[in-house]
Structure formats: structure tokens, C-alpha cells
Write a protein that binds this ligand. Structure first.
Ligand code: SF4
Ligand code: SF4
Length: 482
């Protein structure tokens, strides 16, 4: 067995020996200033001010290992520069929607594991899905990530497809869910084809840990125990026609440097085999929940290390969106946002049926998957982002225009982002302000839009966006996009 990013076998593309050698190389060079400066230079913007080369897992691991404060600052500066070039000050908003917590797996870090008798089991009916979606639309959400445990009897693929269909069919007031991302267990090519045909956005599957031995211990029973089947899932998803896939590890389970190298090797593998890297990378950290105490996992990471991981991912894979959830506190989110995060959840509930029928202050805990640290409403998160100088975006234009996979990368590479994402973000924000925001949020938002619209470089496009904004505000029109 040797490292081969083009192989379709998990043990070749997430090659354990290669990761160990990488970690050794990183440790040996963590104070090698010359090399680190060289790596940073390599990763810096190149052609026409927008293209970035990215980094290999080896180079990126050296950056992560380096603990020289002044070089760490340089990494942060570069991460901010790259984030600014590709994502500007926009942050895309989404919310999770939990469909069912029935699960046949025994993941030791998750309260939905089948042996947890303390947690009530619940699966939404289509009527309940509808109510949840209406509640989410009433908050202003346009983009959802559906979540479900693995249970072929209670949550078969037909159930998931039916839910997706229900979600897309609901048009409530001025609202509609325009993109449904799916986070369900690893499955077959045939089922991925069905998800693709149902019009899903990104297929998200967290690896949890790339360390095979730990993986098997952390998943002692159930279909998820099979490391290879799980690790090779993204190849099957892509074979099934899904262009956008989202990777992630649960930081805190294994040594973070190991996970980091594995994550980047996975990204390199997708690029080598399918010609397109992951659409997103999520960076969850393990949290307290029913029957789960995170302190029993001794690989927890501090906020500082967490920030460094985010900056190094941003530098290594500049075209990949990065997602942070409400697992993280307001303080932590504020700290890492500028280092490369492009998407955050807002107003989230991590329980099955957690939205409909509850006021913003009420929060059902009985079926929660994990504690939500950031408990603010979507309106509050949107206002907070704007006060920090970010543009909350509800844009789903690429998905709706068929710009997925490598076509999305092409948009980045030709530098059209500022003419496309920027006005789209502002127009979708205007929809949010008009339809859902509180007076104060609206006031702050409209001032921000008036300032930011001037930053659309192309004059014609800028004028069109100004006209569309007026039509959204004054004529009740919706869903403009570039
Ligand atoms: S992490 Fe997913 S597969 Fe594992 S127990 Fe929880 S819901 Fe089930
Ligand atoms: S235009 Fe595409 S890449 Fe830009 S924010 Fe919208 S969906 Fe994302």
C-alpha cells in the first residue's frame, strides 16, 4: 500500500503511512522559516489577482505545525487576503433541519446512537416537515441542510426523497427553500443518483475521523463501522452525478494534525479523480449532549488551534467554502469568520421538530443532537454580522443556474465573483430585510446595501442590480439573480 490520490481505495488515498510521514515532516520543519515563507508565497494570489494555487497536504501541515507567532500572524493575514479575494465580506446563511433521530449506528460521540434509551425517538411526518419548513421560511431561510440518522426501516431513501420533495414544494408567503443540502449516511451509487435527481444541493458527509483504527473504535456497531465504505462515499456520490460534496471531520476525536492532513488528502483525491475538489468543508468540534460528555475525548482543541486550522484550510483549498455551525459560541464565530468561513448557520435547532410551534426563546431539548452554543435568532445573527461589516447572503444562484462542481470553480477563477456573488448577496439580503427583519435590522441592512452596491465593478451590472433592489422593495418582486 502506498499513497495514491487517484486510487479509489480508501487505504490508498487516505494512506496512513503518508499521514505519519507528513506529520513527521511537518514537525521537523515547523521552525524552518525559509521553507514556511516559501510555502506562504506559493499559496499567495497569482494570476490577475484572483487565482490561488492552494497547497498540498504536506505544505499545509508544515504551516499548521509552525508555532512561531510572527509566522502564524502571516498565515492569518494570508488567510484573510484569500477570504477577501474569493468570498469578500459575504457570509452565506443556512439552517439545519432534523428529519429523524432513529439510527442503527453506535457512534460513541452522538446521542442518537441506538443504545441511548434516554432520548425519545422521533421522525417527522410530511405534515410536520411542512410545518418546520414554514417556520424556517418565516425566519427568512432559503437554504437548508437536512439531517437524519441512518435507519433503513424508519428513514429509507424513499423517506428522505419524499421529504426533499415536500420541502421544495412549499411556497409560503414570499418564501421558498431554494437549496436543500443533504447530510445522510453513506449510501449506494443508485441512491446518490436518486438524490441527484431530486435536485439536492450539496451532499455532506462528515468523515468524523480519518484515523482508521480510531474510526472503528468510535463506530463499534452498525453499517457506519465500515471505514472503507464510509470513506469512499464521496466517490460513489460523484459517480451518482452529485457534483457538490461537502467534507468535514469532528475535531476532538483524534489528533487534529492527523485529521487535517487526512482532510486535505481527501480533497486532493476528489480533485485527482473527479477534476473537482470538495464544495465545502465543515469544521465541527465535539459538544456536550444527552449521554455524551466531550471531556472523555482527550483530543479536544482550543479556540486558538481551531482558528489556526481554519486559516490553514483557507490557504490550502481557496476555492472550497468553509462552514461553521451554531455549535460554536458567538465569540468563537466572531474570531474565525474573517479567517476563511464562508457559510454559517443561524437560528438553528438541532432537535427533530425544533422549529414549528416554538417561540424564538423556547428551545426543545429532548431530541437535540448537540448543545447549541449560539442561541440567537436569525434576525439577531444577521444584524450582528452586518454590525461586524459582513454581508449576510441568502444566495443560491449557482445551484439554480446549474453552476455546480467545476463550473463554480470557473466562476471563481475568472474573477466574476464580485460581479455575481456580491449583487446576489445584496439582493437576497434585501428580500430578507423586506420580508422578515426587525425594524433595527432593516435600518442597518438598507444602509449597508446602499454602500455595498457601489462595490459591484461592472457598471451595467451594478445599474441592473440597483433596479432589481428597487423592484424587490417597492414592487414585491423576488428571486432575481446573476
Ligand atoms: S452520528 Fe449519525 S450515524 Fe452516528 S449515531 Fe449519530 S445520527 Fe447515527
Ligand atoms: S453566486 Fe454562487 S458562489 Fe456566489 S454566493 Fe451565490 S451561490 Fe455562492
Amino acid at each position: 500500500m502506498s499513497y495514491d490520490p487517484k486510487s479509489l481505495k480508501a487505504e490508498d488515498f487516505i494512506n496512513h503511512e503518508e499521514i505519519l510521514e507528513t506529520l513527521e515532516y511537518a514537525e521537523k520543519n515547523k521552525h524552518n522559516r525559509e521553507l514556511i515563507e516559501e510555502i506562504l508565497e506559493k499559496a499567495r494570489k497569482t494570476k490577475r489577482g484572483v487565482e490561488c494555487a492552494g497547497l498540498s497536504h504536506r505544505d499545509a501541515s508544515v504551516l499548521l505545525a509552525c508555532d512561531i507567532p510572527e509566522l502564524t500572524e502571516k498565515m492569518y493575514d494570508l488567510a484573510r487576503e484569500i477570504k477577501e479575494a474569493f468570498y469578500g465580506n459575504r457570509i452565506v446563511m443556512f439552517a439545519p433541519l432534523y428529519l429523524s433521530n432513529y439510527c442503527v449506528n453506535k457512534c460513541v460521540y452522538c446521542p442518537y446512537h441506538y443504545q441511548n434509551k434516554e432520548i425519545p425517538r422521533k421522525k417527522l411526518t410530511q405534515e410536520e416537515v411542512k410545518n418546520e419548513v414554514i417556520a424556517l421560511q418565516d425566519m427568512g431561510h432559503k437554504r437548508l441542510a437536512i439531517e437524519s440518522g441512518e435507519d433503513p426501516v424508519n428513514n429509507p431513501i424513499e423517506y428522505i426523497l419524499e421529504c426533499i420533495n415536500t420541502i421544495y414544494s412549499i411556497k409560503h408567503k414570499n418564501g421558498a427553500i431554494r437549496r436543500v443540502n443533504v447530510n445522510i449516511a453513506a449510501t449506494t451509487v443508485e441512491n446518490y443518483k436518486k438524490l441527484h435527481d431530486a435536485g439536492i444541493g450539496t451532499y455532506i458527509l462528515f468523515q468524523e475521523t480519518y484515523h482508521k483504527e480510531s474510526y472503528e473504535k468510535l463506530h463499534p456497531a452498525g453499517p457506519k463501522h465500515n471505514y472503507d465504505y464510509h470513506t469512499e462515499a464521496m466517490d460513489r456520490a460523484m459517480e451518482g452525478g452529485i457534483d457538490d460534496v461537502g467534507l468535514g471531520v469532528l475535531f476532538g476525536l483524534e489528533m487534529y494534525r492527523y485529521e487535517f492532513a487526512g482532510l486535505l488528502m481527501h480533497a486532493e483525491h476528489l480533485e485527482a479523480v473527479h477534476g473537482v475538489g470538495p464544495h465545502t468543508i465543515s469544521v465541527p468540534r465535539i459538544k456536550r449532549a444527552s449521554d455524551i460528555d466531550p471531556s472523555v475525548f482527550d483530543n479536544g482543541i482550543s479556540d486558538d488551534i481551531f482558528a489556526k486550522i481554519i486559516a490553514c484550510i483557507r490557504i490550502a483549498v481557496p476555492y472550497t467554502g468553509m462552514i461553521i455551525s451554531t455549535r460554536e459560541s458567538e465569540e468563537c464565530r466572531a474570531k474565525v469568520m474573517g479567517l476563511g468561513i464562508s457559510q454559517i448557520s443561524g437560528g438553528s435547532r438541532t432537535s427533530v421538530g425544533g422549529y414549528a410551534g416554538y417561540s424564538p426563546e423556547e428551545r426543545p431539548h429532548d431530541t437535540e443532537q448537540f448543545d447549541v452554543s449560539d442561541q440567537r435568532s436569525l434576525d439577531e445573527v444577521v444584524r450582528w454580522l452586518m454590525e461586524k461589516g459582513y454581508i449576510p447572503s441568502f444566495c443560491t444562484a449557482c445551484y439554480r443556474e446549474g453552476r455546480t462542481g467545476d463550473r463554480f470553480m470557473a466562476l471563481c477563477k475568472v474573477g466574476q465573483i464580485q460581479n455575481c456573488c456580491h449583487p446576489n448577496a445584496l439582493m437576497t439580503l434585501q428580500e430578507f430585510l423586506t420580508d422578515y427583519a426587525s425594524e433595527e435590522t432593516k435600518r442597518i441592512g438598507e444602509e449597508l446595501i446602499a454602500r455595498e452596491i457601489l462595490n459591484v465593478p461592472d457598471e451595467k451590472r451594478r445599474q441592473r442590480a440597483i433596479d432589481y433592489l428597487s423592484e424587490i422593495k417597492n414592487e414585491g418582486k423576488r428571486d432575481f439573480r446573476f
